[in-house]
Design a protein around this ligand. Structure first.
Ligand code: NDP
Length: 422
């Protein structure tokens, strides 16, 4: 399997499709869908959201040979940004050579809350809620019996009193095992069903009942250990500088924001391809980046000097799903999931968090080595050539010439295109 993907990036689209066909990774139906470049049809799109006037496409790529927990994956990426796929492939290859990513799913539950105000005695309200826990859990489960029948359901209740600007809120947190679903609708249905009981128990008023995207009960850790020599000829030097870059992203919020953006170059690409709600994942992880009271870089890299190994670690909330939302509706999502061998929610989360760590490694390695622009501008040249009007017949020649220009920009690209057109 590994060999068949070798040189994949050098092939044209038809040759790449031949590789996909040879691997037998997709069903015939899904392969034909991909080969014919089919998309979401109008009527399905029209049933998904409001005011539809068409569909919107993005490039669909793969990162092959990505090893997570001893299994080899062909990871689907949907992104418009040049160099993201190349960078993840590159880092994935380094980590594959070093034993692959190892992951641990720490838990897989979702949290939602009901906020109450106008409560005369907040301590008494908290006591009353905790004493009624079993009854409240029963009410929540009765509101969504199908998740209970599948083996999940409301699991626990916690309560906090929070004060802001003279107002006290009693906040009731409901923890639910949503199994294979992300669970927003499941949680929201249960929480709304709890409102009346909670108002009568606390003699207060419910302000809102909604899922929280701060998914601290859906944490996943991914790790990798890379022998210095696998980072190239300056491996030890690079490893030490990657460790420093990781510390810098903890110290400086300006750096942390970009450090994390790089991680999400990969994560968002796979979250979108797998039909999951990328705003929910962004909200979960970006809030988790501030969990210690300060927004920080989400990954950690350090050197084990004794063994000459660079170790990378990341823990993220990753409440992605294998069912629900648009996952079963969008046909391209079915193809993307097929490439991953239709993973369950926990496996998908493990792959995605590993992709985040790979993307981070690629960015840091470039940043503390040659700098990010060298690789990025190479791929950016292609976008500039297209913008300047290059055709399929001459784009490769134009890109080659553009890369040798002192200033690689749109004006230079236009000049070269003009020369070829004349
Ligand atoms: P759904 O409402 O689609 O519910 C999950 C569905 O999956 C149910 O119909 C359930 O069946 C079915 N299902 C089949 N097998 C399983 C299984 N093994 N485990 C669990 N469910 C199974 O999705 P969610 O509740 O997950 O909500 C996600 C959607 O909500 C996304 O589209 C998201 O964008 C959106 N959303 C997000 C919000 C946020 O993030 N803050 C807020 C509001 C909405 P059955 O009916 O039999 O139980």
């Amino acid at each position: 399997m590994e060999k068949i993907w070798s040189g994949f990036y050098k092939k044209n689209i038809n040759e790449r499709l031949e590789v996909v066909e040879k691997t037998d990774i997709l069903s015939e139906e899904h392969f034909q869908f991909l080969k014919n470049n089919e998309v979401l049809d109008f009527s399905t799109a029209n049933n998904m959201v409001e005011n539809v006037i068409g569909t919107f496409s993005l490039p669909f790529s793969v990162v092959p040979n990505f090893i997570v927990d001893g299994k080899q994956y062909v990871v689907p990426f949907v992104t418009e940004e040049p160099s993201v796929v190349a960078a993840c492939s590159n880092a994935g290859k380094i980590v594959a050579k070093s034993g692959g990513f190892k992951t641990e799913v720490l838990d897989r539950k979702m949290i939602g809350h009901v906020a109450l105000y106008n409560i005369a005695d907040t301590d008494a309200a908290v006591r009353c809620i905790l004493q009624s826990k079993e009854l409240l859990l029963k009410t929540a489960n009765e509101a969504y019996p199908s998740i209970v029948a599948r083996g999940g359901g409301a699991y626990d209740i916690e309560v906090k009193v929070l004060s802001e600007d003279g107002t006290d809120f009693v906040v009731v947190y409901l923890v639910v095992d949503t199994l294979e679903a992300m669970g927003a609708n499941i949680l929201n249905t249960m929480l709304e069903a709890l409102k009346v009981s909670l108002e009568s128990l606390t003699e207060g008023v419910a302000l809102m009942a909604i899922l929280s995207n701060y998914a601290t009960r859906s944490l996943v850790t991914a790790k990798c250990a890379i022998p210095f020599e696998n980072l190239g000829k300056d491996g030890e030097y690079l490893a030490k500088r990657i460790e420093l870059a990781s510390k810098f992203a903890k110290a400086d919020v300006y750096r942390a924001a970009t450090h994390n953006k790089g991680i999400f170059n990969g994560i968002d690409s796979v979250v979108i391809a797998s039909g999951n709600d990328w705003r929910a994942i962004e909200a979960a992880c970006q809030s988790y980046a501030a969990k210690d009271g300060k927004y920080q870089g989400l990954s950690k890299w350090y050197c084990d000097k004794k063994n000459s190994v660079l170790i990378g670690e990341i823990t993220l909330p990753m409440p992605v799903a294998s069912v629900g939302g648009s996952i079963g509706i969008n046909p391209t999502v079915k193809v993307a999931r097929g490439l991953l061998n239709n993973p369950d929610a926990k496996t998908l989360a493990s792959i995605i968090v590993s992709v985040g760590l790979a993307q981070n490694l690629a960015a840091l390695k470039a940043l503390v080595g040659d700098g990010i622009q060298k690789g990025h501008m190479k791929l950016h040249a292609k976008s500039l050539a297209i913008l300047a009007g290059a055709s399929n017949d001459n784009i490769e020649l134009i890109v080659e010439e553009l890369r040798n220009e002192k200033h690689m920009n749109l004006a230079s690209a236009k000049k070269i295109v003009e020369k070829y057109n004349n």
